[in-house]
Each structure stands twice: as C-alpha cells, then as structure tokens.
Write a protein that binds this ligand. Structure first.
Ligand SMILES: Nc1ncnc2c1ncn2[C@@H]1O[C@H](COP(=O)(O)OP(=O)(O)OP(=O)(O)O)[C@@H](O)[C@H]1O
Length: 501
C-alpha cells in the first residue's frame, strides 16, 4: 500500500459512522427531471436512481448538465417538472438534511484555517447529542483519512492570499461533508485537482464508504481511469441535457456495442463512452434516440416499478397532510431531521466565533485608526470650540450630520466587501439547514461589535469635545445615536447582501 493510500483510508471513519446493520437502506429516485432557465432547457426528462451501498456515476461532456442534475437533487436549482423521492417520500427540505453535497466550486471563508473550518462544521452541523470530544475525534479521524494533517493550520486562502492547494481544498470540502455523516453524498468532480494515485485512492475510499456504511453516493466525473470506472455500480450518461444511458455500469459497454459502436477492449471504457458522447452529430442522434427508447421501455419504468417509488400525485401533497394531521405526520426518523442540529445558543456561539475570526483581519487596521484620527483632527480644527449660539446651530448640525454620514458609508462599504465573499458560504450552509437565518444575522451584529463601536465612538468623542458641541448628556446622546446608526446600517446591509435567493 502506498503512503497516499494509507492516508486516504476512509474506512477508519467507521468510528464516526454507524455500522451498516443499523442503517436503513434507502433509494433516491429522480424521474423525468426537466430544468430550464430563461433561454434554454438544461435538463430534459432525466431519470435514474441511486441506492444505498452503491455508487452512481454521472458522466458526460462539459456542459451536458451533470452539475445541474446534482444541484437539482440537492434542491439548489428550481426543477421545472419531475419528481425526486427518497424511499417513496418527496425529497424535501427536511430530508435534505441527510444529504452532503460537495460542489464543484468550493466555497469557504478565506481567513479561516483548515482546522477552524472543520471545527465550525462539526460544531454546528453535527447534533448536540455527540459530546465535544467525540466531535473533535471525528475531525481527527477524517483529517487522517483524507491525508490533510500537514495543512491543518494553513489558511484556506483566496486570490489575494495563498492558502491550501486546489486538491487540498477539494479534500477539505469532502471532509466538511463527511463530518456530518450524510446518508446521501453528492460529489461534483471529486478527482479534479488530484494526481492519479490520490484520485484513485479517494475513489476507492468513497466506494468502500458506500458499501461499508450503506451510503448512497452520486459522483460526477469527467474522464475516470479504467480502474475508477470499474468501481461504479451504476452509470448515468448525459449529453446536451438528455440521458444517453442509465443502468448498470458494466452493462454500458455491451449496450453501446449492440447499437453498432465497436469497443476495443484495450481502451479505457470511460474514454470509449466519452468518445461516443462527443462524436459527430449522427452518432449523438443515434445515442439519444436509443436512449429515449431505452428509458421509455425500461429504465423509467424500472424506476417507477421500484418498491420505493411513489409519484408526487400519490404523495397527495405531504405538507398539507402534515398540517391537517398535526405534528406527528413524520416518522420518528424524519421528526429527528426537522430540528436544527444544534441549539440556538450553540449556533449563536459558533457563528459569532467564526464571524469574529473572519472579520478579525479588518478590525482595528492601522490604516482605519490613522484615517479616523486624521479626520477627527480636521473636523476638530475646522469646528474648534464652536460658539454656542443660534448663529452656529446650522454648523453644529452639519458636523453631526457629516459624522453620521461618514460612519454610515464606512460601515456600508466594509460590510458590502466582506459579506459578498460570504454569500456563497451562507447559501450552502442554509440549504443544508445548518442554522437559523435570524441567528446568523444576530451573530453578524454581535461578532462585529468592536468594529462597529470602538473606532466610531472614539471618533465621535474626539469630534464632540474638540468642537465643543455641548455637555455630558449631549455627548451620550450623540454617541448613542452614532452607535445606533452604525448598527442599523450594518444589519440592513447584512440582510440585503446575505438574504437567501
Ligand atoms: N443559471 C444558468 N443560466 C444559464 N445557463 C446555465 C445556467 N446553469 C447552467 N447553465 C448551462 O447549462 C449547461 C449545463 O451546465 P452544467 O454546469 O450542469 O454542466 P456540466 O455537465 O456540469 O459541465 P462541466 O463538466 O463543465 O462542469 C451549460 O451549457 C451551462 O452553460
């Protein structure tokens, strides 16, 4: 066994996962999925299914709709028509909490280290029923399994500061999702950015993870090696948003050979299939036509015959049913998933912790402090000990207005710059139901209090007394309104930038 293989031993995650026997078998079924944006149809009647203990690979040329399919399964894209069910029940927001989704583009907060990122993930997304020590042990196990120990204290980084490498970021993303021990694991391009040996080891471990712990794994992959290809249990081929094939992976080669496309056994089967899907228009048309016949005749009906499949009509709108039957319409397992993984207090604590870590870099920067004092000095000189009379009332009002306006802009700009980078992270975490949005907003406010309070208050104090705007009561009113102004602007901008949708 190579060092890499030793590193990528996901089977050691058995300490974190329930053994296979305790786990329910599940089947994720999607049928007739159509996704359309304003100008074009991205997915056209795509159907398939993925069972627990198996790995479904989605392959197809670039732009064929693989990511859109995963997005649809994860509830991140509006589906025009079609059904997604888990064990016959509509795969809704509650059920999606059992899902882990490693997207193609990883989104992380750049100032956090790898360890901090994993710590936040485990503390907020893994149920409070596990002790802190158990959660920390889970991090250690997964970090060791994915070979990430050497970069545990490296910052994630972004285009402005170097951090983890592309492959390390990919594995960090996988680690974050594995921490939650998901039942259904969607991974977009798990091998991108990895060398062939690490890619192979990772796929072996994902496959073992699926079979050992009855997980349902769906991966999209571009050009797997033949060793990786033979690990797939089932295969969905997409071309131009349409199904080209869905069925058992080993049966794909005989299927296409029967259509009249000879296969040379010395070739990698994945290359053969990719070649077909990017061949001339005639070949693609033949593939599409036969795929339609195949799905009409066999696959979709197989999916629909599946013991777990139930059409949306048959579900008779579960939400309204739940409402009439009251709170006990969910099974015990489903009820478990309706709750937030951790308490409100823990959510606030962890979100505060992370926001503070992320914002730390922009708090009390020397430039901001110098700028604040410089401006206060200018205001102080211009309005130095201004006379207390009716004639100077407008000047005083002008100074108060200028001060509030200055800090309003300052906070608005800093909030816009920092929060825009967080939008993707919040969107990702909210779709897996990690925390309440209201708690998130509250945490943004509380974690940035030093930023919002200290420098503006020092500035206002200097300006107030140098200009001689009034007495002690006036000073507290002036500073109080100044703080309120900063808090309101920060919260309004946070809500606008980070609100869902
Ligand atoms: N929101 C959108 N608006 C417009 N076009 C979109 C949108 N989302 C996806 N597309 C288009 O839909 C097609 C499928 O995109 P998708 O990202 O699913 O492809 P893919 O198979 O994952 O590609 P790749 O392998 O390159 O990642 C592409 O042509 C893409 O440009």
């Amino acid at each position: 066994m190579t060092t890499t293989q030793q590193c990528l031993d996901l089977t050691t995650i058995q300490q974190c996962s329930e053994p296979k026997t305790n786990r329910q078998c599940s089947e994720l079924v999607f049928s007739d999925l159509c996704v359309k944006n304003k100008s074009k149809e991205i997915l056209k009647h795509v159907s398939g299914s993925a069972q627990s203990g198996k790995m479904l690979a989605v392959m197809g040329p670039s732009g064929s709709g693989k990511t859109t399919l995963l997005h649809s399964l994860a509830g991140k894209t509006n589906v025009l028509s079609g059904d997604i069910t888990l064990n016959g029940s509509l795969f809704d927001k509650q059920q999606r909490r059992r899902l882990g989704y490693v997207m193609q583009d990883d989104v992380f907060l750049s100032n956090l280290t790898l360890w901090e990122t994993l710590y936040f993930s485990v503390m907020i997304r893994v149920s409070d029923t596990l002790s802190k020590q158990e959660k920390l042990d889970r991090i250690q196990t997964i970090v060791a399994a994915l070979g990430l120990q050497h970069c545990l204290y490296t910052v994630i980084g972004d285009i402005f500061q170097r951090g983890l490498s592309g492959g390390e970021r990919k594995r960090t993303h996988i680690a974050c999702e594995l921490l939650t021990d998901p039942d259904i694991f969607l991974v977009d391009e798990p091998t991108s950015g990895l060398d062939s040996s690490t890619a192979h080891s990772l796929m072996v471990q994902l496959k073992n993870y699926a079979t050992e712990y009855n997980k349902t794994i769906v991966v999209t992959i571009h050009q797997p090696s033949s060793k990786i290809f033979h690990m797939f249990s089932s295969l969905l081929l997409l071309v131009e948003g349409q199904m080209a094939y869905f069925g058992s992976a080993p049966a794909a080669i005989p299927y296409f050979t029967n259509l009249g496309f000879p296969y040379n056994p010395r070739f990698n089967p994945a290359d053969y299939l990719s070649g077909l899907l990017t061949a001339d228009e005639h070949t693609i048309n033949v593939v599409k036509t036969w795929s339609k016949e195949l799905s009409d005749a066999q696959h979709v009906s197989d999916v629909k015959r599946s013991p777990h499949y139930r059409h949306r009509d048959h579900c008779a709108n579960p939400r309204s049913k739940n409402e009439t039957l009251g709170a006990f319409a969910f099974t015990p397992e489903e009820r478990e998933t309706t709750r937030w993984p951790t308490s409100n207090l823990n959510q606030l604590k962890m979100l505060n912790w992370r926001s503070y870590k992320q914002a730390k870099g922009r708090m009390f920067q020397t430039y901001d402090v110098i700028h604040g004092f410089f401006l206060a000095a200018i205001y102080g000189m211009v309005y130095f000990q201004i006379e207390n009379s009716e004639k100077t009332l407008r000047d005083k009002m002008g100074l108060v207005f200028a001060s509030f306006l200055h800090w309003g802009f300052q906070i608005a700009i800093s909030t816009t710059l920092s929060h825009s980078a967080e939008r993707g992270v919040v969107w990702k975490e909210r779709t897996v139901g990690a925390y309440r949005l209201s708690i998130f907003y509250l945490s943004k406010l509380t974690s940035e209090l030093p930023l919002l309070l200290v420098i503006p208050t020092l500035f206002n104090t200097a300006v107030y007394w140098t200009a001689g705007l009034g007495g002690v009561v006036g000073y507290f009113v002036f500073c109080g309104i100044g703080i309120l102004n900063c808090l309101l602007i920060q919260e309004v901008f946070t809500i606008h930038i980070l609100r869902p949708g």
